[in-house]
Design a protein around this ligand. Sequence first.
Ligand SMILES: [Zn+2]
Length: 146
Amino acid sequence: MKPYFYENTWKVKRTYGGERLHFGTDIMDIEDERGRLPIVSMTSGVIEKIGWNEKGGWRVGIRAPHGAYFYYAHFFMYAPDLYEGMHVESGQLLGYMGDSGYGKKENTMGHFPVHLHLGILLTIDDREVWINPYEILRYLEKEFLF
Ligand SMILES: [Zn+2]
């Protein structure tokens, strides 16, 4: 049995921080346990953002070589020695899944089940566009994991 599950929740309504839509895929820990599941980078790239933000909690943003931005949120903890500007390889450990976020105060946790929020942002004709990671995850799972 897989230790995680995810559904297609693209553009489902979210209410924290005002009404908004869900622009990503949530990969849930079936055990709902902080720090249990490792999170690795899907791509090579450069860490553009790391640290706290209100909605995403402890998050990492990675810019891939061809410009796509991969946003990973709600970490419990980071892998050691990550910093902005650092180069990472695909498969490199970024940290562990958690439930951080939904608070202005750093280290706010426990407002939702343990999961990884994955967002993928592309720049198309100078416009930034979130795309739905769901089918990409399904495809990668099929090709590379099982
Ligand atoms: Zn999410």
